[in-house]
Write a protein that binds this ligand. Structure first.
Ligand code: SF4
Length: 291
């Protein structure tokens, strides 16, 4: 038995839904023109103009064969296939079924070459249903993006911008186990030149709609890049108003001057990871006296 207030809340929810349904239908009769915000060249969509992909289950969806993809990647690296094939052909793509079985949601798929695959998507179908129902529909179609969003069937179509992560270098002053980037563990250095960094920042700022776009400099350890401070300064100059760094913090801890210089360049905040309090909780990184 729920508390009486819960029944009141439920009733209010139904009333609000019904009122919105009526209001929205009336609004379609003589709709006011949509507002065009300054971060978009196109007007905001009315809620009834937003579209949703097929949701619910069972349903058919597009997926990838987990064995075809690395094989194709290797053939591209070996020079046996052109990289453009990723844009021009649906390589590795297969159809998949989303189904509910034994109280769980599964993706099942068959590759003509590699056979049958099953992936567990959810152990709570009700919660997944709730998440899908909460999806409000597509946003304004991305525009000003013809040059950049050109990735075949993987082309980004919607979104107002969120976080642009730029990995400045795969070097690091630590050697954690595990490291999400295998920093210092792959036998080669991959580091962006100043031209690379500038191009990424210049290109991304042109995309619309772009309500907010933060830049996160990451790595490896981004503070080791010789362009770290210049990249922050340039990003702020272009108009990115939130510039952050995903860092282990060592360079800032070693040198208050360096921390001050980063703040003066325009760094808004740093993003640190702690696996717990004390050295024991961080011992799995195999870096002595880390905490
Ligand atoms: S500090 Fe981060 S980037 Fe560096 S080795 Fe550890 S996990 Fe990798």
């Amino acid at each position: 038995m729920h508390k009486p207030i819960k029944y009141v809340e439920k009733a209010l929810t139904y009333v609000a839904r019904a009122a919105w349904f009526v209001f929205e239908r009336l609004n379609r009769i003589r709709p006011n023109p949509s507002f065009t915000p300054k971060w978009s060249d196109r007007p905001l969509l009315k809620s009834y103009e937003k579209v949703k992909p097929p949701l619910g289950w069972p349903r058919t969806t597009d997926s990838l064969c987990p064995k075809c993809v690395p094989e194709i990647r290797q053939q591209i690296l070996d020079g046996k296939l052109p990289v453009d094939i990723l844009r021009e052909e649906p390589v590795g793509q297969i159809k998949a079924q989303i189904i509910e079985r034994d109280g769980k949601i599964w993706m099942v798929k068959d590759c003509p070459k590699h056979g049958h695959f099953e992936d567990l998507i959810s152990i709570d179908p009700e919660f997944t249903r709730h998440l899908e129902q909460a999806y409000p529909g597509s946003d304004i179609r991305a525009h000003n993006d013809e040059r950049l969003h050109n990735h075949g069937s993987s082309t980004i179509k919607y979104g107002r911008g969120a976080v642009l992560t730029i990995d400045l270098t795969n070097r690091c002053n630590m050697m954690c186990d595990p490291c999400f980037m295998d920093a210092n563990q792959v036998g080669f250095v991959h580091e962006l030149s100043w031209e690379d960094i500038k191009k990424l920042l210049d290109d991304a700022i042109t995309l619309k709609p772009k309500r907010q776009l933060s830049v996160q400099f990451s790595g490896g350890e981004p503070t080791l890049s010789p362009y770290f401070l210049d990249a922050i300064r340039y990003a702020r100059k272009l108009g990115y108003n939130s510039v952050q760094a995903a860092t282990n913090g060592i360079e800032f801890a070693k040198s208050p001057e360096f921390a001050r210089a980063a703040a003066e360049a325009g760094l808004r905040y740093v993003y640190l990871q702690f696996d717990g309090i004390g050295n024991a909780a961080n011992a799995h990184r195999r870096v002595g006296n880390l905490f």
